[in-house]
Design a protein around this ligand. Sequence first.
Ligand code: SAM
Length: 277
Amino acid sequence: MPSFENEYYELKGLLGRIENGLEKIGASRDQVSLGQLAQVDEFHFRGLAATKELIGQLKVGTGDHVLDAGSGLGGPARQLAVANGCRVTGVDLSTEYCATGRALNKWVGLQDLVRLDHGDVTDLSRYEDNSFDGAWTIHVGMNVENKAKFYAEIFRVLKPGTSFLIYDVVAKSAQLPLYFPMPWARNESSSFVVTIENLREELTGAGFDLADTSDLTAQGTAFIEQFIEQLQQADTPPPLGLNLVLGPIMKEIVPNMKRNFAEGRIGLISLLCIKPA
Ligand SMILES: C[S@@+](CC[C@H](N)C(=O)[O-])C[C@H]1O[C@@H](n2cnc3c(N)ncnc32)[C@H](O)[C@@H]1O
């Protein structure tokens, strides 16, 4: 397993913090809904709303087996499994997230539909060629330096004719540096954000046909503004939120998210690709 220096994704004790948060909103591990968990387990811009849109775009259905590359705490995987009745296998490099996500699967009774494997998206050798009916990756590419290997592996494990959906942050210009820390990286040494043009080249280089691109930058900007407004209005940090996942550095991240969007440094896109039949 290659070393992975992003300490963001290994902040220990996450499950306990989530359990405390649930108590504060009057829920518990025995009585918790996917909607409640979504406040903390949807680790990407625009949270559950974005996941619901992606579910509508990925062409999979009941009984299909879908790969979630970089599944985090498994929030999007659980939503997809419940919405479409498919089996989802997530793979993620963070041992803390995989363990937490497996516990959350049990809390909501989804351990048979959603499996969370510990692993690297650039080496999917545990999965067979042409074995998945669809795949998605949500806010992971920004951490992956070797995108050629990442997308080649996704291409290999997908059945011909199936789709791969990407929802990622892109750079608006290769020349404009980003402000850090951001939610995926403390500094630029673990950030590999590319422009949409680069991303398209990587995907076609891996063999994918590009079906559809949506520019969601305006929605991302509006989301951050609303997110900041809500934080400012509250006296205390949210009982269940990404602050539990990221810890105290969240305070430094929040203004940078706003600046990177406002100054046109980052954009937000979804991109649907097809493995040719
Ligand atoms: C911002 S989080 C997104 C998690 C999840 N997709 C979601 O939207 O809730 C990024 C995730 O990518 C994972 N990750 C980063 N690089 C990875 C790699 N090379 N292989 C597998 N997972 C990776 C991290 O551990 C983290 O869980």
